[in-house]
Design a protein around this ligand. Structure first.
Ligand SMILES: O=P(O)(O)OC[C@H]1O[C@](O)(CO)[C@@H](O)[C@@H]1O
Ligand SMILES: [Mn+2]
Length: 470
């Protein structure tokens, strides 16, 4: 693997801004297409995603629409049935385009990000103009093609009123939550015990607890529904009992840095001032519970005084959290017949009502752009993140966007791979599900490569990787 040339840093290049989209603005990317993971590299994980996983996800989405036929009819009459047919035909067309490697086409339906998406597609086109080629599904940077696919699913739905608010992935997300019930109960019971005894915990016990909940949030990321092609992927066992066994699988473990940062904030903070932790959420279902449990602990232990969560504006990568998933999950917790679950649900609702937990979304999270262009494409979001004392980026896709999904050397420092994206101290918390990893020790990658050829993509390994002043 070769590191991309340093001169391709995005900092001094022009980008279209979300706040002033203009088709004539210079739309440049920070890295050449060659330096990124490409869907055309036969046998690569990217190639297999486009060839196998994505058609499978599309087929499931079509099937879901079909199964809701009666519901659409009951709600909207004939119009509902017609809309279901339209959405299915648009998704079938999309699957056909992909499987026959047709050119990537622009979006037609007006939505808040349509212009910026189309400008981005034009830019991708312009990269290929020398050869008079058109960007196609199998010969493009993987990150953008995959994001494009989810945005096209959304387009098919919004083109099919009155079912234009239907989330084709909702059922699977909810199922993931229900199937993880035992594990969620164990986690909530644990949290309630900790919170009740929190005043009596000494510094070391607090630290152990913080580390435990960070690791639970890390392994919660195994439960995404995109790696499995939309198939169920829930947490069936009590994760707390497995942490010691899983510890050697954390390839980069910067938990100590997070602890020093937050304890330092706690000690030095003035009475009325705040410590804000932002969590860029990933998957709903079990993973979201692990993130909320961590967030609860951060407040209860006073390591933080305010938590901001970021979710997705549209259904994304099958299991990603939208505001509906976030509210639905808290409601389910609150209404649960398990005492500890309902206690958690009630506490979390109170945090929201008090403004100690804030949920925010922004269209930038469902654009194809890597994070190093955020300050130019979405300066308002960048400014918001700058207010945090620490930002936790959950999941594999966020890690790919943090590092630009480029073919970095495994030993390149995380700071360098962030390519100028330093809104605040941050931590990538992901299980490895894409052929990218930075910040490893010399020889570390080689060691895994020799014994496990798929070590980068199965979700078996994880990182808690920090960047910020120490
Ligand atoms: O939910 P996560 O952790 O972002 O993972 C999503 C999945 O999507 C991908 O980013 C692309 O398919 C994979 O690498 C990963 O399996
Ligand atoms: Mn996800």
């Amino acid at each position: 693997m070769a590191a991309p040339p340093a001169s391709l840093s995005g900092r001094d290049e022009g980008f279209v801004s979300l706040s002033s989209p203009s088709p004539s603005a210079a739309l440049l990317l920070p890295a050449s297409a060659e330096s990124r993971a490409s869907s055309g590299t036969s046998g690569s994980f990217a190639y297999l995603t486009i060839k196998d996983r994505i058609p499978q996800i599309l087929t499931k989405a079509i099937d879901t629409l079909h199964r809701h036929k009666n519901e659409f009819f009951e709600k909207h009459g004939e119009k509902g049935t017609e809309a279901e047919k339209k959405a299915i035909s648009l998704l079938s067309k999309l699957r056909n385009e992909l499987q026959t490697d047709k050119p990537i086409i622009p979006f037609v339906e007006k939505f808040v990000d349509t212009d910026i998406w189309n400008q981005y597609l034009e830019y991708q086109q312009s990269l290929l103009n020398e050869n008079d080629g058109k960007p196609r599904w199998f010969y493009s940077p993987w990150l953008y093609v995959e994001c494009y696919m989810y945005r096209r699913i959304h387009e098919a739905i919004i083109q099919s009123p009155p079912i234009d608010d239907f989330d084709v992935f909702k059922e699977s997300k909810d199922q993931n939550f229900f199937e993880s019930r035992e594990s969620i109960i164990a986690l909530c019971t644990h949290l309630q015990e900790v919170v009740t005894a929190i005043e009596d915990l000494d510094e070391n016990q607090l630290k152990d607890e913080f580390f435990r909940l960070l690791q639970i949030s890390l392994w919660g990321n195994k439960c995404d529904l995109s790696l499995s092609g939309g198939d169920t992927s829930s947490q069936k066992t009590n994760i707390i009992n497995s942490l010691e066994e899983l510890k050697p699988l954390i390839l980069v473990n910067d938990m100590e840095h997070l602890w020093s940062l937050l304890t330092n904030c706690k000690k030095t903070r003035e009475k009325a001032s705040i410590t804000r932790v932002d969590i860029v959420l990933d998957n709903s279902g079990f993973e979201l519970v692990t993130d909320l449990v961590l967030a609860d602990f951060l407040l209860s232990s006073q390591l933080a005084t305010e938590i901001h969560f970021y979710g997705k504006t549209i259904p994304w990568f099958v299991s990603d959290t939208t505001i509906h998933d976030f509210n639905w999950l808290i409601e389910q917790m609150k209404e649960s017949d398990d005492k500890c679950m309902s206690k958690c649900g009630a506490a979390w609702e109170t945090y929201i009502n008090m403004g100690r937990w804030v949920y925010q979304d922004h269209i930038f999270w469902t654009l194809p752009h890597e994070f190093c262009v955020m300050s130019q494409v979405a300066p308002d979001l960048y400014a918001e993140l700058q207010k945090a004392h620490l930002i936790l980026f959950k999941g594999d896709l966020n890690y790919r966007k943090l590092t630009g999904d480029r073919k970095w050397e495994f030993t390149v420092p995380f700071h360098q791979a962030l390519n100028g994206f330093h809104p605040a101290p941050l931590c990538g918390i992901r299980t490895l599900k894409a052929e990218i990893q930075v910040g490893l020790r010399p020889g570390q990658a080689e060691q895994y490569m020799a014994s496990e050829p798929n070590w980068l993509t199965t979700g078996k390994y994880g990182v808690l990787q920090f960047d910020g002043p120490l």
